[in-house]
Design a protein around this ligand. Structure first.
Ligand code: AMP
Ligand code: MG
Length: 493
């Protein structure tokens, strides 16, 4: 059956041979709709309003291909934990095509978990329910938190089991919407093959999509690289400001668009500690919270390497230009990081001592294992002379805590605005609710063990307006009790 739900374009599928393999998703036995993001569907201009849950399930399971879609699996390479793998690609994903959203932007619609492809290597091409729910919750929470991210359009049960280390698990298909699926690893794929024609075609495609002004720049490849660097610097600063740990920052999991992609063993930190790692496969802490900026810069250097022949025919000159651009990351990132953390303390003006104030607050939080989210949010109430009891408690309940709070208050006096303005400003920079890992785990367990999706839906609702006070969602605000704590998270496979 073919459904007409919108005007699909086949832009990526129009690129030369070697960029992808054309194939449909493998149909599944018994699709059942778990979640469908109506507001995102409206934003994309999809006409799915009249469809039943059953029809939506068939559609988002990949059993019924929308009219005009030309399904493909995309080729890419990547550095995984520092080692280069020349061929990865969509081993379990299928790109349906692009649609133009209501604001005129092209957006990719893709499935994850839709069967084997020529890039599957040893994998089964499928996704287990748990990781699909995790990606749904966390990507939509990131969107609500204001972070550039891929979005969740739908999640569907397949009615089939997938075999994982833990045993047989319910299978699911996730529908992802992205500004594009171009990754650092897509460029590496063609660079590794020394295929300059393909690299040039990819660059032109990427420029048209993400950096249109680079087309007329003196050096389009360099202008494009600089744009990607700027977007990543902004993105990582946003992650840091929320305590987000991506978990698998391999070059194939880093977009050119600047959107967060591939929510595998990701998690939000509770007690502040830059060494925080969750991923079960990250034994050496390569992708720890505090290393994310350095890793992003390393990944961008891999992008720069791939682009070298397009930056300048003369290799020496290309290396010089690319290195300068990569060095620029540190400045852009530190600026964005400082702004983010100043804003978290309500400081809009920039003063010399602010970075030290931020560092002192963070150091204290690390020493006292203060919950990152609750502590920063508590600064809002502490604007009021008698409102600092929660903050004081979170910061250790002693003279050092008092001195720090006093130092911050003295600094805050030099900011403009009434105390209620300042309070509102601090709240707008510090969410009340983040997707806490034990809550995600609880939602996954209820779904997997008891086919109960209510905790998942409730968690999703709790995270839709994360900056608003809402007593109805108080249970989602507290950190995990010691026996609830989730120490490791597993990859999306
Ligand atoms: P990820 O860790 O999800 O970013 O995936 C890394 C690579 O492994 C990508 O090329 C994926 O397409 C591939 N992959 C992950 N899981 C599977 C699976 N179950 N079947 C086939 N390929 C997979
Ligand atoms: Mg990936």
């Amino acid at each position: 059956m073919s459904l007409s739900i919108g005007r699909f374009e086949a832009r990526y599928a129009a690129l030369p041979e070697g960029f992808f393999a054309a194939l449909p998703p493998t149909p599944v036995a018994a699709p059942r709709l778990i979640a469908f993001n109506e507001s995102l569907a409206a934003e994309l201009g999809l006409s799915v309003g009249g469809l039943s849950a059953e029809a939506l399930a068939g559609l988002f399971a990949g059993n019924d291909i929308p009219e005009g879609a030309l399904p493909i699996a995309v080729a890419y390479a990547g550095h995984q934990f520092g080692s280069f793998v020349p061929q990865l690609g969509d081993g379990r994903a299928i790109l349906l095509g692009e649609v133009r959203d209501q604001s005129g932007r092209l957006r990719d619609i893709a499935f994850k978990g839709s069967g084997r492809t020529p890039y599957s290597r040893g994998g089964d091409g499928r996704a287990a329910l748990g990781p699909v729910l995790r990606e749904y919750i966390v990507s939509e929470a990131m969107y609500a938190l204001g972070v550039p991210t891929t979005r969740a359009l739908a999640a569907v049960l397949t009615g089939e089991r997938v075999l994982r280390e833990q045993g047989p698990l319910p299978g699911a298909v996730f529908t992802r919407v992205a500004a594009s699926h171009l990754r650092v690893g897509t460029f590496q794929f063609f660079a590794a093959r020394e295929d300059q024609d393909a690299l040039r075609a990819l660059l032109m495609f990427a420029i048209e999509r993400h950096e249109p002004t680079a087309r007329d720049a003196e050096n389009p490849a360099l202008a494009f690289l600089k744009g990607a660097i700027e977007r990543q610097a902004q993105l990582i600063a946003r992650w840091m400001g929320l305590g987000f740990v991506h978990g698998v920052m391999n070059t194939d999991n880093m977009t050119i668009s600047g959107e967060t992609i591939d929510y595998g063993p990701c998690a939000f930190m509770e007690a502040y500690d830059p060494a925080t790692v969750f991923s079960s496969i990250d034994q050496f802490g390569r992708y720890a919270y505090g290393r994310q900026a350095a890793i992003a810069q390393w990944n961008l250097a891999r992008l720069a390497e791939a682009l070298l022949p397009l930056i300048d025919h003369d290799e020496e000159s290309a290396v010089k230009l690319a290195s300068e651009a990569i060095s620029g990351f540190a400045h852009l990132y530190h600026k964005a990081y400082d702004e983010t953390f100043r804003a978290k303390l309500g400081l809009l003006k920039k003063e010399d001592d602010d970075a030290d104030l931020v560092a002192s607050v963070l150091l204290r939080m690390q020493q006292k294992q203060s919950d990152f989210t609750l502590t920063f949010r508590a600064f809002a109430d502490a604007v009021e002379p008698n409102g600092d009891s929660a903050l004081r408690h979170l910061m250790g309940d002693d003279d050092i805590a008092d001195q720090l709070i006093e130092r911050w208050r003295v600094r805050l006096l030099r900011e403009e605005g009434s105390s209620s303005d300042l309070k509102a400003r601090i709240k707008a920079a510090n969410p009340k609710r983040i997707p806490r890992n034990h809550r995600i785990e609880e939602a996954i367990q209820a779904a997997v063990r008891s086919d109960d999706f209510e905790p998942f839906h409730q968690l999703h609702r709790a995270l839709q307006h994360p900056y608003q006070d809402d007593p109805a969602f108080a249970a989602y605000e507290t950190p995990a009790a010691p026996d609830e704590r989730v120490r490791v998270t597993f990859c999306g496979t």
